[in-house]
Every structure is written in C-alpha cells, then in structure tokens.
Write a protein that binds this ligand. Structure first.
Ligand code: HEM
Length: 443
C-alpha cells in the first residue's frame, strides 16, 4: 500500500515534469526572448487578452514559424490543416524517444482528454470507430427534440432569480443551463450535477500546456474523480437503463463490443465534459457582447429570426476554444512553406475567425453578418465538433430567453475571465437583470 502510494506520487511528479515543468521553463525562456508562440502561451495563461498577438501572427504571413511550432491565423490555412490527412492530432505534451516513454509510464492509468484513447487525439481507424458510436445516438433529430426541454430549463433557472438583486450569471445561468441539459441527456441524477460540475472545473485546465505544479495536482485529481464517478454511473445505467443517450450509447456499445471499457469511458466522458465546459463560455461571451451592444439587441428584438445567426456571430467574435494543434505526418508543403514530418502546427481558431479575407470589418460584432457561420469555432474536418448542433441550440435558447425576459441586463463591476488559456470565457459575470429604477416588466 505504501509502495503503491509512493509509486503514484512519483508518477505524478514525473508526469508534471515531463508534461508541464520542462515545457514551462522552455516556453518562459522563449517568451522572454520575444518568441511569438512563447508569448502567446504566457499571455493567454490566466485568461489574458491575446487579440494583439493574433494580429502579430497574421502580419507575419499565413504560416509563420516560431521556435516551437508553425502558427496560423489564416482562415484558408487553418481549414486546410484541420481537414488534411497529412496533419494529424496527437498529444502535444509528448516529446519523442526517451521522454515519450517516461511520459507514458507516468501517465499510464489516467484518462485524459489529450491522451489516447480520447477521440480528440486519435485518428482513423480508431477515431472512426469511436465517432460512429456517438453519432449513432447523438443525431441531429435527437438534439432538436431537446429544444423544448432546454427552453423549460432556461425558464426555470431565470424564474429562480431575483431580477432586482445582483447575481453571478455564470454560476446561476451560463454553467447551470448546459450542465443540466447534458446531464439529463446522459442520465446524470440531479443531485450529482454539482459534483460533475466540480470535476469539470477542476479538470478544465487539462487542455493547457505548462501548468504549475499546484494546478496540475488539482487537474489530476479532477480527472481521477471524474473517471471514478463515470465508472459508478455506467454500472448504475447498466443495472437500470433509462431513456437517456448514455443508456443508449452503452447498449449500442455492449451489443457490438466495438469499444472496450476504457475507450467507452474516455469517449463518453469527453462528450459529457465537452458538453458543459465549452457551452458555458458561449453563453457568457454572448451575454457580454450583447450587453455591450444595445443596437444589436435592438436588431434582434426587431427580427427574432436573427438569433440563430447571432449565435454564430458570437462564436466567430469570441470563440470558446482559442486554438487547436496538429502534427505533420510526413514531409509536406502548406501555404508555400515546407513543413517537415513531425512539425507542430498551431491552428488559431480565433485568428481564422477574424481573417479580413473572409469577414468584412472582422472586429465588428454584427448579428446580421451574412457569412457568420463560416467561422471555425467548432474546428473543421474529421474532428469537427460532435456537439455543434447541441451547442448552437443551447446558445440560441439560452441567449434569446435571457434577453427576451430581461432586455436591459446590466453587467456590474467585478467580471473575471476564466484562467484557462485554450478554453476562453468568463468565470464570474456579476449582473443585475433589471437595472436599478427600471419598472417591473411582464415576463
Ligand atoms: C460552444 C460550444 C462548443 C465549442 C466552441 C466546441 C468546440 C470544439 C472544437 C474546436 C473541437 C475540435 C478540436 C480539434 O479539432 O482539435 C470539438 C470537438 C468535440 N466536441 Fe465540441 N464544442 C462545443 C460544444 C460541444 C458539446 C455541447 C459537445 C457534446 C455534447 C461537444 C463534444 C465534442 C466532442 C465529442 C469532440 C471531439 C470530436 C472529435 O475529435 O472527433 N462539444 N469541439
């Protein structure tokens, strides 16, 4: 027992050192020397604004090279990298050779969103196998059927708030709505929502590189707790299947035997976590943009059919996922640049979304923008977000319901960004639903 505890602690230290400690030192030193990728990592950590850096990348051309990787903020190049068979996903924290072997030993029992068998970092044929199972139950029809229930949940959450007292909209609405929806879809009992939210919040920085030791420990614990909870949840659903997508997913998987237990937990866990860790940001970012642009709220009041497009415009201007990465599987050429096998390419989704070659006056927030949907906030190609339809539906219902009932939501001082670098959103959004002195409205 003592030996097991020591081994686990040693593994933890090594996993942090290889995955974060060493890269962290390297990144800090590169940033100090002005390296763009290093600065992007350092400045983005803590939720800092990186818009200026993204424009620096763009000014250097479609695919500038830094000491760590190639980078792109160009819509066409980002799309090509995400769609091309020559560029593959992989674990960005794993170096080659000895370090890779050490890292594998240190991390061997932990399910992690950036380590196989996570769908995010696997490629065909395994990736196709995982994705097929989820799309069998996660159909567009199944999502559209959830619209009425999502509306009820949004109404219920707003009913419970006092419009005349300050409220933290992230806690009371933006995170509560998606977690309730996805938890119902996946058969999570109501009294376990808070625990699942807590594991999600603990594990959210797992996508970021160069974590400090304390954050790494919290993330590690969050991932372990989440995995242990998933194991219990699966056992319960197998004993007593419900009319939820997880029960259907388990039945489909058990029937075919196409996924082993670990693959199934990884796949289902990603769907659950991705289901609330990103949509909370869509809602928070949308509320902030709309609260700051009364003329856009007015346009939506005049044309409520515009809400669908407004959600895409929010995703374009302030995407919940800043970037993703790929590695060249062989020597290749991209945007006139030679890319050697093994080179990393960072695809700045937020940069592609502000490419002036695709979007006129890209910094302007315009809910009626005709091509808002061309954004790459949900990625592109094989790994295109599996939850895009659900996220769009929740974004639309969530934002429209809030602004229909409280058209003059007033943001109060004290808003704070989430500290994560890749997941971009708000941690706290203090607000008053009805501005002081405003007459009570019919809701
Ligand atoms: C606004 C909300 C959301 C955003 C911005 C978002 C964004 C993304 C992005 C950028 C990727 C691909 C990453 C890459 O190419 O490396 C992705 C993949 C994924 N998303 Fe989402 N997502 C959102 C909501 C959701 C929801 C609600 C779910 C589940 C119900 C979900 C499930 C997934 C899954 C399972 C993948 C992996 C797909 C694959 O690798 O093949 N997402 N998402």
């Amino acid at each position: 027992m003592v030996l097991a505890a020591v081994t686990r602690r040693t593994r933890g230290t090594v996993a942090w050192g290889v995955g974060h400690g060493i890269p962290r030192l390297a990144v800090r030193s590169l940033a100090a020397r002005g390296d763009l990728q290093g600065r992007l990592i350092m400045q983005g950590t803590g939720g800092g604004d990186v818009s200026g850096l993204i424009e620096e990348v763009r000014a250097l051309g479609p695919l500038p090279r830094t000491r760590l990787s190639l980078l792109s903020a160009d819509h066409a190049v980002v799309k090509e990298v995400l769609s091309h068979a020559d560029f593959r996903t992989g674990d960005p924290t794993q170096a080659s050779g000895l370090l890779e072997r050490v890292s594998r030993w240190a991390n061997r029992d932990l399910l992690h969103p950036l380590r196989a068998p996570s769908m995010l970092v696997t490629e065909p044929p395994d990736h196709t196998r995982y994705r097929k199972l989820v799309t069998r139950v996660f159909t567009a029809r199944a999502i559209e059927d959830l619209r009425a229930r999502t509306q009820e949940i949004a109404d219920g959450l707003l009913d419970a708030l006092d419009p005349d007292s300050p409220v933290d909209l992230v806690q009371a609405y933006c995170s509560a709505l998606p977690v309730t929806v996805i938890a119902e879809i996946l058969g999570v009992p109501a009294d376990e929502h808070d625990a699942v939210l807590r594991y999600g919040a603990m594990a959210a920085p797992s996508l970021d590189l160069g974590l400090d030791r304390a954050t790494f420990r919290v993330v590690d614990q969050g991932l372990r707790d989440f995995d242990a909870w998933l194991e219990r949840h699966f056992a319960r659903l197998r004993r007593q299947p419900g009319d939820d997508l997880f029960s259907r997913l388990l039945a489909a998987s058990d029937e075919d035997g196409v996924l082993d237990e670990r693959e199934l937990r990884s796949t289902a866990g990603l769907v659950l976590a991705a289901g609330f860790e990103t949509t909370v940001n869509l809602l928070g970012n949308g509320i902030t943009l709309l609260a700051r642009h009364p003329e856009q709220r007015e346009a939506l009041r005049a044309d409520p059919a515009g809400w669908t497009n407004a959600v895409d415009e929010v995703l374009r201007v302030d995407p919940p996922v800043l970037l993703t990465g790929r590695m060249a599987a062989r020597d290749t050429r991209l945007a006139g640049v030679d890319v050697p096998s093994g080179a990393q390419v960072v695809a700045l989704l937020a940069g592609a979304n502000r490419d002036p070659a695709v979007f006129d006056d890209p910094l302007r927030f315009d809910v009626a923008r005709p091509n808002a949907r061309d954004h790459l906030a949900f990625s592109s190609g094989r790994h295109y977000c599996l939850g895009a339809a659900l996220a769009r539906m929740e974004g639309e219902v969530g934002l429209r319901t809030l602004f229909d009932r409280f058209p003059d939501v007033q943001l109060l001082p004290g808003a704070r960004r989430r500290p994560t670098r890749i997941l971009r959103g708000w941690e706290h959004l203090p607000a008053r639903l009805r501005p002081e002195g405003a007459p009570a409205q019919q809701s």
